[in-house]
Ligand binder design. Structure first.
Ligand code: UDP
Length: 326
């Protein structure tokens, strides 16, 4: 198959590209390199362009006949989305609509879209299945939920079929240590913790110890980045085989508190870094855990690296390589 990976130079996108290349697919990456890294796309062909440029994405889609498009190019920081919502609606919604319109114009009918647990807002029940009410509490979550609704409309009106994958907490790195998380600035818990362990930052702050969880810190469902990549491949295959739009919640179905993540990271790294308390971060629900029964049943998806220690070991391997780079 020939797949267009939009945002293929970023954290999740680059692992997807690697997965597809390892499984003998042909891959073209479309990325403006605003937050991604050229060296992360490996041997895939890179089209360096922006999704705001309708002509460029339409041209890219008309040059080849793609079996599917995977779309990872979005802004992902909840806090920033509150301060600068225009940035999020412009890129995550308007630019995504450009991609959807270009797909319709070129008769490219299969899209795998990166969605998020943030579309659910404060959970009404745990674990969260696909039917859970959608009530996002920040512009980031709203931007993703808007696109999901647009995709339903495009499906009905234009026959654009999609698989929407709602990630819980993407984490870890390629087992080889060759690829990993390189956000700038970094805001995610596990890479921040490991930067503390490697001496790249002072320590780690726990954002809130007064949540209604067992130890008072937030509980999240961490899913290995390579398991996410596998789910995309399965979702695209099913989409092509059935022609049916679908959505899937992707997580391991097991929650870990911030404190538990820190304790595991201390064991994995062997470093007793500094941990301090801080105020709650705005927009953080106490607990987010996925019910991924549908993905297991319909896609035959079985995470390979479901153990959090393994996820952190892989991220630690990448962190150690990262700090040695020139
Ligand atoms: N977190 C924290 N300290 C940090 C960064 C994150 O305590 O320096 C907490 C955050 O409040 C949340 C959890 O770690 O409860 C996971 O946050 P992350 O940003 O990694 O992912 P999110 O859940 O926002 O997608």
């Amino acid at each position: 198959m020939h797949i267009l990976v939009v945002g293929g130079a970023g954290y999740i996108g680059s692992h997807m590209v690697r997965y597809l290349l390892d499984h003998d697919h042909r891959v073209t990456v479309y990325d403006n390199l605003s937050t991604g890294h050229r060296d992360a796309v490996g041997s895939a062909q890179l089209v360096e362009a922006d999704l705001s440029d309708f002509g460029a994405i339409e041209q890219t889609l008309s040059v080849n006949s793609y079996d599917g498009v995977m779309h990872f190019a979005s802004f992902i920081q909840v806090g920033e989305s509150v301060v600068d919502p225009a940035k999020y609606y412009q890129n995550n919604v308007t630019n995504t609509q450009n991609l959807m319109d270009a797909m319709v114009a070129t008769d490219t009918n299969h899209l795998v879209f990166s969605s998020t647990a943030a579309i659910f807002g404060d959970p009404e029940y745990i674990p969260i299945d696909e039917a859970h009410p959608k009530a996002p509490i920040n512009p980031y979550g709203r931007s993703k939920w808007m696109v999901e609704q647009m995709l339903d409309d495009y499906d009905r009106a234009y026959g654009l079929r999609s698989a929407r994958l709602r990630y819980f907490n993407a984490a870890g790195a390629h087992p080889s240590g060759a690829l990993g998380e390189r956000h700038d600035p970094e805001t995610h818990l596990i890479p921040l913790i490991l930067q503390a362990a490697s001496g790249q930052r002072q320590g780690i702050k726990i954002f809130g110890r007064d949540y209604t969880t067992e130890d008072g810190t937030c509980v999240r469902d961490y899913i290995h980045i390579c398991d996410l990549a596998a789910a995309h491949d399965l979702a695209l295959n099913r989409l092509i085989a059935t022609g049916q739009t679908a959505c899937y919640n992707l997580g391991n179905g097991q929650g870990f508190s911030v404190k538990e993540v820190i304790d595991i990271a201390k064991k994995v790294s062997g470093v007793d870094f500094e941990v301090t308390d801080a105020d709650r971060r705005e927009g953080d629900p106490a607990t987010l855990v996925a019910d991924s029964t549908r993905a297991h049943r319909e896609l035959g998806w079985t995470p390979e690296f479901s153990d959090l220690t393994t996820i952190i070991e892989h991220a630690w391997r990448f962190e150690q390589k990262r700090i040695k780079r020139p």
